[in-house]
Design a protein. Structure first.
Length: 460
């Protein structure tokens, strides 16, 4: 779009005040771009009107009206005005999953740029799209193409759904279009508050993960269970770092794609290590098979599964990484199933394992007399069940089950719960598997006793 604008400005440089140059479609003969040179007086409001016929494949036939009202300049000068319809750029700008281009791209540029005061505005009128008449529940928006963010933006634009057509008013100039919002989005205030909670919790979570890893390393806790914990924490930490980095890299295409790939890898790795946690619990508590060391198999599975999934996805559809402002997987063509599919499978298995483990824990605590021993035995069983569930949910990723509930105006509270629980996963692991873990506490006491013993020997 910028290249076209620069080209038409070069054409405008050869025009004198009052001259106009029209670019027409070879097939239809309709004027699609007008370049005009106009003489203006300082601080004098000026109005301009342009009308174009659009016969593109997107709209078939349409009259597009463009007007500039109360435009002023600081000095007397000759200005260049470019106005027209870029009907041939519809595919390049149709890159959103929730916003569909519903008119030709309308361009208006003035060189030098005018003064836009409160009563000055740029206006364009287009007819209603056919798909809007068939689907009245959808929303029409007047938007402009944000060159920095590479996406449609409605800042400074206002939409008026008149009887005959859609009237769009904006307080700036660039490239505009009528956009059909194919998915009704949640209120932006809600999204802003969700983002604040998410990134705040992620920051605390990453800190807790680092501290937990330091404790495991300093205390030299290297049992099979804690080696699995370490790998889960590493995958989880990098996935959360990628989420934060992705929120800031939307305007850098190459970096955004790399972050999207890394996010996919570490998120899948987090869940594959959660499945390893479940497998380890199964072999330890439920299975009667040999309990010999299975670390090699765990490593192959924990890091091998994400390598295979992300590798295959890259080979098949690498262009669908980093296609939006949050640097994640595109939702087009079911691409997100490269993440959702493995996650649903892992959560389902983990849920079954957790139910079995909790059942065994409750039976053991009540010595199989849950019913016969009255209220105290029942209470002991309930406490054991709550404790086991609280400990297992963070490392098995079962809080992600809440994510299956669609986010609507009625389920906003559930969305907050989902965000808090999953962005604080590192905090939960730190509390239940570090701070209040019996093995960690025992190792801490040993180190303290060893230090006291060494200190007493030195004083002797």
């Amino acid at each position: 779009m910028q290249l076209l604008d620069n080209y038409f400005l070069r054409v405008g440089e050869s025009l004198t005040a009052g001259e106009k140059f029209n670019f027409a479609d070879q097939q239809t003969g309709d004027v699609t771009i007008t370049v005009a040179a106009e003489q203006v007086r300082a601080h004098t409001p000026t109005n301009y009107q342009f009308t174009f016929n659009s016969n593109s494949s997107l709209r078939q036939t349409d009259n597009i009206s463009i007007s500039l009202s109360n435009i002023t300049f600081h000095s007397d000068r000759t200005i260049k005005i470019i106005a027209g319809v870029y009907w041939f750029l519809k595919d390049a700008a149709n890159n959103s999953d929730t916003l569909t281009l519903s008119s030709d791209i309308i361009s208006c540029k003035i060189e030098p740029y005018p003064v836009f005061k409160k009563d000055a505005f740029f206006q364009y009128r287009v007819s209603y799209p056919i798909e809007f008449e068939k689907m009245p529940e959808k929303k029409l928006l007047c938007m402009f193409w944000d060159l920095q963010l590479r996406r449609w933006n409605d800042s400074g634009c206002y939409t008026n759904l008149a009887i005959q057509d859609v009237v769009c008013k904006c307080n700036h100039l660039t490239h505009f279009a009528l956009i059909l919002q194919t998915q009704i989005l949640i209120n932006t205030t809600f999204l802003d508050s969700i983002n604040i909670i998410t990134y705040s919790c992620l920051g605390i979570s990453i800190t807790c993960i680092i501290f937990t890893l330091l404790v495991y390393t300093v205390f030299k806790i290297n049992s099979e269970r804690f080696i699995i914990h370490k790998n889960l924490l590493i995958a989880l930490m990098f996935s959360q770092i990628c989420i934060i980095a992705g929120s800031q890299a939307g305007s850098f295409a190459a970096i955004c794609k790399i972050i999207a790939i890394l996010s996919h890898f570490f998120c899948i790795a987090s869940f594959s290590w959660m499945l390893v946690e479940a497998a380890h619990l199964y072999f330890l508590i439920i299975s009667v098979f040999s309990h010999r060391n299975k670390l090699i198999l765990y490593f192959l599975f924990g890091w091998g599964i994400p390598i295979i999934i992300v590798g295959v996805t890259l080979i098949i559809q690498h262009n669908n990484y980093g296609q939006d402002q949050i640097c994640w997987l595109s939702t087009k063509q079911g691409f997100t199933w490269a993440f959702i599919g493995p996650v649903l499978a892992i959560i389902s298995i983990n849920f079954v394992v957790m139910i079995a483990v909790v059942k065994i824990a409750v039976s053991s605590s009540t010595k199989n007399n849950f019913i016969n021993k009255g209220f105290k035995s029942k209470l002991r069983g309930i406490k054991t069940m709550i404790k086991a569930t609280s400990i297992l949910c963070p490392i098995l990723g079962l809080t992600w089950l809440i994510g299956l509930i669609p986010v609507t105006e009625q389920t906003i509270t559930v969305a907050y719960v989902f965000v808090v629980l999953n962005s604080t996963q590192g905090i939960s692991i730190f509390i239940f598997h570090c701070l209040y873990n019996g093995e960690v506490r025992q190792q801490y006491k040993r180190l303290i006793q060893l230090r006291i013993l060494c200190s007493s020997h030195v004083h002797k």
